[in-house]
Design a protein around this ligand. Structure first.
Ligand code: NI
Length: 176
């Protein structure tokens, strides 16, 4: 396994609509394993393939806390088949927007279908932080960042700070 460099916003690679995965290959399983390792190392609770420069519909998520057993999800071509009317406000962050957080409102419960790493269709119901995290990661697959849910003023402020932050990094650290 390997740690992958995480792309920091603003970056055009974070703004594209990703392609569906046509076939679950050995390479894709390796990518999913590397993404999970990269996410745990960061540490973070979710990561989408475009954040490591791969424009494919693949996300990894694990919202288990502290001493709890890890409970990873690796979802290929995830789709939301149902979302609750009840909403949840959650203070979101993103490994591609380091040090920035903001409250985003999303459906509190969702049903999501996806392919697992053997190519089998699966469906789960998620609520609370797991539902929030899955929706956040799925947004990445359509080039949407959590700041895109905020006012333009707030978004521009955060993006401007990130530009400054990126400019202050030595070149080899740009994607670290
Ligand atoms: Ni994110």
């Amino acid at each position: 396994m390997a740690l992958l460099p995480i792309i920091v916003a603003p970056d055009p690679r974070l703004k594209i609509k990703c392609e569906a995965v046509e076939e679950v290959t050995k390479d894709l399983r390796k990518l999913a394993a590397d993404m999970l390792e990269t996410m745990y190392d960061a540490p973070g609770i979710g990561l989408a393939a475009p954040q490591v420069g791969v424009p494919k519909r693949l996300i990894v998520v694990d919202v288990a806390k502290g001493e709890d057993e890890p409970h990873p999800y690796q979802m290929i071509n995830p789709e939301i088949s149902w979302a609750s009317d009840e909403l949840l406000d959650y203070e979101e962050g993103c490994l591609s927007l380091p040090e920035h957080y903001a409250q985003v409102t999303r459906p509190e419960k969702i049903r999501v279908s996806f392919l697992d790493l053997t190519g089998q269709p699966q469906e789960i119901e998620a609520s609370g932080i797991l539902a929030t995290c899955i929706q956040h990661e799925m947004d990445h697959l359509d080039g949407v960042l959590f700041v895109d849910h905020l006012s333009k003023l707030r978004r521009d402020l955060i993006i401007r700070k990130l530009k400054k932050y990126k400019a202050s990094l030595p070149p080899e650290k740009l994607e670290a």
